[in-house]
Ligand binder design. Structure first.
Ligand code: CTP
Length: 405
């Protein structure tokens, strides 16, 4: 999580900065909004205050806000300064070191990376004065999100429209996580339980919260991976990774995972997939008119096992990571599962422990890989995610099994 200063200047695209703030927050960052005087004529500071849940800085000399010389305090604590939209005026001030308001003062005071998303009329954007200022800033290491082409508010059609909020958020992420070790890798994570419907109102489910898989998806994205998360019906909200696909039953999950696995470099099956599903779910609600009820269940497809078999048969496919939720002989069973399912890593956990497994934020795991098993101490699921991905990275370096070449 980073602390990001979001500067908003007076352009018609100022409303899009609200979406930028939301996008950054969804990715777990704290946002402090700084509005220039003219920005407040396009969007009210209250909008940003409500979104960021922080005071919006609109004035350099606001009484009561100077005890700690706010621009200096903020300058040293932010991880990134973004300006979106950035007007020609602001770009000129940044390029020439003018510091006559909070935002321009913050720029000269901070050593955090700076990302600028210009937005202005096409002619202004092409003007030599603006181009020179942009070049000066680029030479100083400022990064840019190029404006888009299209219909501008001033009636012109051309280059100058503020880039889309998700492009700005993606650019911010790539600055915050430069060349992450999983950069360029596609990671598919399946997480959470599956629900197998018995009738229109009842299902067979399990206690998986999805937390472990979510932590892996989040950590993989933090390391630069392009993450697709296939999530069962979890009570916990999934993280805002690039793509989240919601599924319900094991059959849905099987379809979704198989569809995306061929393009993936790594597949992590952290889901607690039901092993059995009702052979024929009742179309109508089952009524309690019998004393004992017998359900006929049939095996669900073994998703990880199928991926392992496919890879063995074709000689190519993603790196495979599975989990083994056990209550006894944890490591022995995990070893056996690794062999049976032809996977690279099995993360075994003893779900009979109260501080590990279902519905808690901590986990105790043993990772079984090609070189044996390693038992890790009790730690948060996000740290466990890091440990798993450290091993995934090492394996990717050793055996780059690429499926989508
Ligand atoms: N798994 C899967 N498809 C299934 C069942 C399990 O892909 N239908 C995956 C899980 O996501 C996990 C691994 O296989 O990564 C092992 O799951 P687990 O339930 O521990 O083992 P099972 O293979 O189901 O074997 P058993 O229940 O007999 O221990």
């Amino acid at each position: 999580m980073a602390l990001i200063a979001l500067g908003v200047t007076g352009g018609i695209g100022a409303y899009k900065a609200v979406e930028v703030a939301r996008g950054l927050q969804k990715r777990g960052h704290e946002v402090v909004a700084i509005m220039t005087a003219s920005a407040t004529r396009f969007v009210g500071p209250l909008t940003f205050e409500a979104i960021t849940r922080r005071r919006v800085i609109t004035d350099q000399f606001e009484p009561g806000a100077n005890a700690d010389i706010e621009h200096i305090a903020l300058a040293s604590s932010i991880n990134l300064l973004i300006v979106a939209p950035a007007t020609a005026n602001l770009i000129g001030k940044f390029a020439n070191g003018l510091a006559d308001d909070f935002l321009s003062t913050l720029y000269t005071a901070t050593r955090a990376p700076v990302l600028v998303a210009p937005a202005m009329n096409t002619q202004m954007f092409a003007h030599e004065a603006v181009r020179r200022n942009l070049e000066t800033l680029a030479a100083r290491g400022v990064r840019f999100v190029e404006p888009g082409e299209g219909y501008l508010a001033c009636g012109w059609i051309g280059k100058g429209r503020l880039a889309e909020p998700d492009e700005i958020v993606a650019a911010a992420e790539s600055i915050l996580h430069p060349a992450g070790p999983l950069r360029g890798k596609r990671v598919l994570v399946a997480a959470g339980p599956t629900f197998e419907d018995l009738d229109p109102v009842r299902y067979l489910g399990n206690r998986s919260s999805g937390r472990m898989g979510f932590a892996i998806a989040e950590e993989a994205e933090r390391r630069g991976a392009d993450v697709t998360l296939v999530a069962g019906p979890t009570s916990v909200e999934p993280p805002a990774v690039r793509s989240v696909l919601r599924v319900r039953g094991a059959a849905d999950m099987h379809r979704a995972v198989l569809e995306h696995a061929s393009a993936a470099d790594v597949v992590v099956m952290a889901a607690a997939v039901a092993d059995y599903a009702p052979a024929e779910p009742a179309r109508q609600k089952i009524s309690k008119d019998v004393e004992t009820l017998t359900l006929v269940l049939k095996r669900t497809p073994d998703i990880l096992g199928n991926l392992g078999r496919q890879r063995l048969a074709s000689g190519k496919g993603p790196l495979l990571v599975g989990f083994a939720a056990e209550t006894e002989q944890v490591v022995e069973r995990a070893r056996a599962k690794r062999e049976e399912k032809h996977v690279d890593l099995i993360v075994a956990n003893d779900v009979s422990r109260s501080d590990a497994g279902f519905d808690v934020d901590t986990n105790v795991v043993t990772i079984v890989g090609p070189e044996g098993s390693e038992s890790l101490p009790l730690q948060s699921k996000s740290r466990v995610a890091g440990e798993i991905l450290d091993r995934v990275e090492r394996l990717l370096l050793k055996q780059p099994v690429v499926s989508h070449s």
